[in-house]
Design a binder for this molecule. Structure first.
Ligand SMILES: N[C@@H](CCC(=O)N[C@@H](CS)C(=O)NCC(=O)O)C(=O)O
Length: 211
């Protein structure tokens, strides 16, 4: 049995990993590291992850970053749970979703909106970067809306894609998009995923501050 430690921040993309950990049933030690309070920028956290981002997972002496890689680590520990899909095609679809969600939707679209300073050192350009980023988010949501319709994004059971999609849905609401009206299929999907027992456990952990 590995000694698993998990660094997360409430309301962040780490919810996807947090959900997967609960779904795995494996014991883990959560460590809250708030993005809002800039704890991810501290020198002590940078020693754990020089990229200064959550989620981070460590087991024994290995430190893993990047949501898709962490998801692979967890899924390999519980292969019977098929957390990255059941069939060959499902697994390919999960990878396809994760590349796009983490690269385009998270890194580029939301990255430009929340962190325009990553794209230019000139503050005068931040607003225009954010305007374009909002359009990219809206465009991504349109694509997501067209791809959903079943209980889960891929196959017949929960994969890492589902809670990752929920994160972006929640962020859409936070940035003032009319998610329910504009993306009804995505909204129904998100309601169902938010009611999944592992998501509830992760959200409860994150809001109760029990750790
Ligand atoms: N590519 C990384 C992105 C991780 C990331 O950007 N995490 C955000 C929270 S959603 C973060 O830690 N941000 C810290 C900051 O911007 O200060 C992944 O997929 O895990």
């Amino acid at each position: 049995m590995h000694n698993i430690k998990f660094w997360f921040s409430r309301g962040s993309c780490s919810l996807a990993t947090h959900t997967l950990l609960h779904e795995s049933g494996l014991p883990f030690t959560p460590v809250e590291t708030s993005v809002q309070k800039q704890e991810t920028q501290s020198a002590s956290f940078a020693r754990i992850n020089p990229k200064r981002r959550v989620p981070v997972l460590s087991f024994d002496d290995a430190v893993i970053t990047e949501t898709p890689a962490i998801a692979l680590a967890i899924s390999q520990w519980v292969p019977n749970k098929s957390l990255l899909g059941v069939s060959e095609l499902d697994k390919v679809r999960v990878l396809e979703w994760m590349c796009w969600l983490s690269g385009e939707v998270h890194g580029q679209a939301f990255g430009g909106l929340f962190r325009p300073q990553r794209f230019t050192d000139d503050p005068a350009l931040h607003e225009s970067i954010q305007t374009k980023a909002r359009l990219r988010v809206a465009d991504a949501f349109k694509t997501i809306e067209s791809k959903l319709g079943n209980a889960f994004a891929v196959g017949e059971s929960l994969t890492v894609v589902d809670p990752y999609l929920l994160v972006f849905f929640n962020w859409g609401n936070e940035i003032g998009f009319e998610m329910k009206d504009e993306y009804p299929t995505y909204a129904d999907f998100s309601l169902r995923i938010a009611a999944h027992p592992s998501v509830i456990k992760a959200l409860n952990d994150e809001t109760s501050g029990m750790f």
